[in-house]
Design a protein around this ligand. Sequence first.
Ligand code: SAH
Ligand code: SF4
Length: 436
Amino acid sequence: MKVYIKTYGCQMNEYDSERLAQSLLEDGCTRVQEAEEADLLLVNTCTVRKLAEEKAFSLIGRWAKMKKQRPDLIIGMVGCLAQHLQKQGFKRSPAIDFMAGPRAITQVPKIAKQAGCGKPVSEFGVFEFGQGWNPKYGERSVTAYVDVMEGCDQFCAYCAVPLARGREFSRPCQDILAEIRRRVASGTREITLLGQNINRYGYNLPDKPDLAELLYRVAEIPGLLRLRFLTGHPKDFTQRLIRAMAEIPQVCESIHLPLQSGSDTILRAMKRGYTANDYSELAQQLRAAIPGLTISTDFIVGFPGETEENFQATLEMAEKNLFHNAYCFKYSSREDTVAARLPDQVSREVKENRLARLFRELERSALNIRTSLVGSRDKVLIEKPDIRTKQRLQGRTRTNHIVNLEGPREWIGKEIEVEITAAKNWSLSGKAMQEV
Ligand code: SAH
Ligand code: SF4
């Protein structure tokens, strides 16, 4: 079977799609880059915002038309939205042949075969981490994500992730280390460990390793140049973790630390477990321990009950030139979450207005941060050709600034000393300090 996979959503979904592709390739399928060439069409879905749900169904709508011409096409919906909708998905689009949740990803080859026999199949099964990435099937890349835990127990009031991905559980250190060793042996230089609230790594494993211990052990793997992790939750940072980040040479000077709102009233309603002041103090502590640390963040505007005054508190946090990168979202009401039942839902116009104002402020401060780097030198790990201008290369500094520069393809996978020549809104341009 020829399989086409479309992925929506977060880094965790990208990782899941890789595992999904691997399971199918091991089963004898081949992967194609165009839906028109495939016999099996898969969409790995996201349930975090309504927009991602709409995109998945509109894609399936297009595939349904193809299926009218080719009734043997098999269409599967996998991932978070499939888990959330379960069998309702078949009602939403009768073209869907099977549904599989994030925990049933490795069962997809079996489910697809059953679905090929003509009746709708669904499985939301128990997740097993299995052997992880296999270089024989997986795509080799300079940077890679590695899942270290699944699920989330935080139940932030707005969030559908705990409903779709289920309860937290961690992958044993040995499995993670084995996967990273394989990746590094195949040429990967930078690893990002993934978990929804990764600070809670390990607490339900028998010997209770924590994230700090995992970082120390991963750093022992020879050949690994850079190490990052996602997503840190501001309420769960331990001194031990901060020390590990400061001490381990491979751990990069950059962290993604979602703030969500600058208003304590809203943070409380969101059930985030910290105040804006706690967040600022943590940021200060991290920066004192890790010189040059950059912080990126997520914001949600228009959470139910958010007043103009609450939003001003968010703007104030954005004005502090704290964030070199930020993702801003309009609050999107998700079925079965606590926030969906709250009164005072904010209108779409107000949300759009606040989003635009917040974005402008964040863009201004990010540009300030980047402009201050012009003329400085830094090491850039070259990742890939620049997508827009194929002659140029794209890489990142340890502080997670994207840098575009001229250079030969042979530099991909290498760390190159670069002088920063210009700052753009969300990236930098640079010039290599060595001969091209
Ligand atoms: N586990 C991570 C990321 C979860 S989803 C964390 O806790 O940070 C990624 C981002 O999507 C969140 O940080 C949040 O900003 C946004 N998000 C989640 N649910 C949302 C919703 N219902 N509406 C709008 N944005 C949402
Ligand atoms: Fe969602 Fe909160 Fe869990 Fe992140 S920590 S996945 S925002 S519930």
